[in-house]
Design a protein around this ligand. Sequence first.
Ligand SMILES: NC(=O)c1ccc[n+]([C@@H]2O[C@H](COP(=O)([O-])OP(=O)(O)OC[C@H]3O[C@@H](n4cnc5c(N)ncnc54)[C@H](OP(=O)(O)O)[C@@H]3O)[C@@H](O)[C@H]2O)c1
Length: 282
Amino acid sequence: MRWIITGAAGMLGTDLVRLLNERDDDVLALTRDAVDITDPASVDELADADVVVNCAAYTAVDAAEEDEASAFAVNAVGPQLLARKAREIGARFVHISTDYVFAGDSESPYGEYGPLAPASAYGRTKAAGEWGVRAETEDYLIVRTAWLYGEHGSCFPKTMARLSDKHPELSVVTDEIGQPTWTADLADLIVRLIDAAAPAGIYHGTSSGQTNWHGFTKEIMTAYGKDPDIVGETTAATFNRPAPRPAYSVLGHDTLDAIGVAPIGDWKQRWQEAAPAVLADL
Ligand SMILES: NC(=O)c1ccc[n+]([C@@H]2O[C@H](COP(=O)([O-])OP(=O)(O)OC[C@H]3O[C@@H](n4cnc5c(N)ncnc54)[C@H](OP(=O)(O)O)[C@@H]3O)[C@@H](O)[C@H]2O)c1
């Protein structure tokens, strides 16, 4: 299997490339220096792949509020160019999307084909990317994820561990609910989808179950050897952030169930597995 990975130096891209190399697959790992996905001439050089996976994105959620055009270029134009190129070279196209495409005010898990209603600039650009991909190729797998953490790059568990070294107590929000998801597990799911010749469509690549940031932080402290009781409660209203965060980000896994591909598994069990690697290098 010949793979092309864009955004290969990102948190997810790094884990995906590592997994594919461990399998001895044929991998072309493209960082931003090698291929800028917003540049048609750069994307046009892609060739000889069975699968193209786009891990590149503009992920600065707050900065996107001030510069939606830049976010749109990376999150919407880039994926559309890549999807078109993938179709031209006869490759399947895997694109990573986000819970931010939904309104975030549901009380039950979002379905894969539920209505998109993004509340932020980042969410709007990612939703546009999904439509751009679907317009360009029939052979797409859109894999939405959320609450990602990983070994490579900054992420919530590393931030909270660092903060706990500086402060005796932490205050963490209870009114945002989601599914903490390990990039290594998402990489594994992407590979399992391709191995299973999954039908084109939308899949949700998140852990199962749900928690809030407060509950997740208690588990982070336990894994970091700290007392989980140092984690106090607060609400999102106390943080004045430019981009609204979804209050409810739980994604359902019906399409994975329908095709017989196992979802990632329970968030707490997966965190306990991931923690030694993720917290090894703060
Ligand atoms: N992190 C989360 O919690 C989260 C949640 C939901 C969904 N997602 C989605 O999951 C995917 C992977 O996220 P991640 O956390 O791995 O992101 P990440 O660590 O920010 O990596 C994104 C990568 O894309 C690269 N990139 C940016 N603009 C580019 C361009 N024009 N051409 C080529 N590469 C470019 C970045 O390079 P530079 O560093 O040089 O800019 C970076 O290496 C993204 O689609 C993201 O939207 C993430």
